[in-house]
Design a binder for this molecule. Structure first.
Ligand code: SIN
Length: 327
């Protein structure tokens, strides 16, 4: 071997051992909402931080607006390795764990501070690992906000919802919540809600201010009841095998970037909740109804029995911890 060949082989050896030839890892992050929402902003921020800190080693590709998968499919896609990250609403994990149903119990959390307190406490943290046996692991919670009821008729008291069809996420608790007021719940993907409302195939739905605004539900439902009756938050989720299979240094950097992106998303969530509500009010396209204390009490009385129906699956200790976070 001449001197040139020896030098080239030595350089190649150094490059291989230093990882310079290692293939770039591509992490696909699939979600269903618009980019100008807490989750959309968090996902893009994560991609941006990874591009800054792990350039050439890891690239994050974000697919918003159900471009790749609906939430009902994304968890299977993660397990199959078709995508690596998702952040479905906590209401969409029922096939994998019954424990996360706690977040769907109506009138459980009085505000988003209480939700955050529960999530950072021992019960909330333990729930991140509640799908380990199914191969999924939660990397962190992300806020969206409290849900409101929108409909084609004014909903002031529970009897106003009787017989009406409401789109719900794929959650048995949410089905029971609407059945408790004699309404008809229909589990449908987020991507279909606008058309279902527009064509009057359904009468209403429940969602946060930022989803109602960004997906224009306020343009096809005339009334929005400021009910704050439940929470819509997310779990950023991946395959445990995939995440544990990453090089430890890279995983640490990704975890740090994720924590920062989530913090940014949470900040945006509370700002957007107020500003998107205001934009809806300013649009004049739908009327925002404020409940009196007595009207609100009627919804609580009608829906709260749902807690007892699911206490066995969720665990009374988990529900008690969630209630305690309101103090
Ligand atoms: C989401 O915010 O990710 C979607 C919520 C929904 O399905 O209503």
């Amino acid at each position: 071997m001449n001197k040139f060949k020896i030098a080239v082989s030595a350089l190649a050896m150094i490059a291989v051992t230093s990882g310079a030839y290692a293939e770039e890892i591509v992490i696909k992050f699939s979600h269903v909402v618009a980019e100008n929402t807490p989750k959309g902003i968090m996902a893009n921020k994560f991609a941006e931080l990874v591009a800054e800190r792990l350039a050439g080693k890891v690239k994050v590709e974000v697919f918003p607006n159900s471009q790749l998968f609906n939430d009902d499919k994304v968890l299977e896609a993660i397990l199959l390795g078709d995508v690596q990250l998702g952040a479905p609403s906590l209401s969409k994990f029922g096939k994998f764990t019954r424990k996360l149903q706690v977040y769907d119990l109506p009138f459980l959390f009085k505000n988003m501070d209480a939700v955050g307190k529960f999530q950072s406490g021992p019960h909330g943290q333990a729930l991140l690992a509640s799908m380990k046996s199914k191969g999924l692991v939660g990397l962190g919670y992300l806020h969206n906000g409290l849900k409101q009821l929108s409909a084609s008729n004014p909903l002031r008291v529970p009897s106003d919802a009787a017989g009406k069809k409401f789109r719900i996420m794929s959650s048995d608790v949410l089905a029971a919540q609407f059945e408790a007021v004699d309404a008809v719940p229909l589990k449908k993907p987020f991507s279909e809600v606008f058309t279902l409302l527009q064509t009057k195939a359904i009468d209403g739905q429940e969602n946060t201010w930022s989803n109602i605004y960004s997906k224009k539900f306020f343009e096809v439902n005339e009334y929005i009841t400021n009910s704050n009756h439940g929470v819509l938050d997310y779990l950023v989720v991946t395959s445990e095998d995939y995440w544990n299979g990453l090089d430890a240094e890279i995983r640490d950097e990704l975890n740090k970037a994720m924590a920062e992106a989530i913090a940014e998303g949470n900040k945006v969530a509370s700002e957007k909740s107020m500003s998107d509500k205001q934009k809806i009010a300013d649009s004049g396209r739908s009327e925002i109804l404020t409940l009196t204390a007595d009207e609100r009490a009627q919804w609580v009385d009608a829906m709260k029995p749902v807690w007892a129906q699911f206490a066995g699956e969720i665990g009374q200790d988990v529900i008690d911890a969630a209630v305690a976070s309101n103090n």
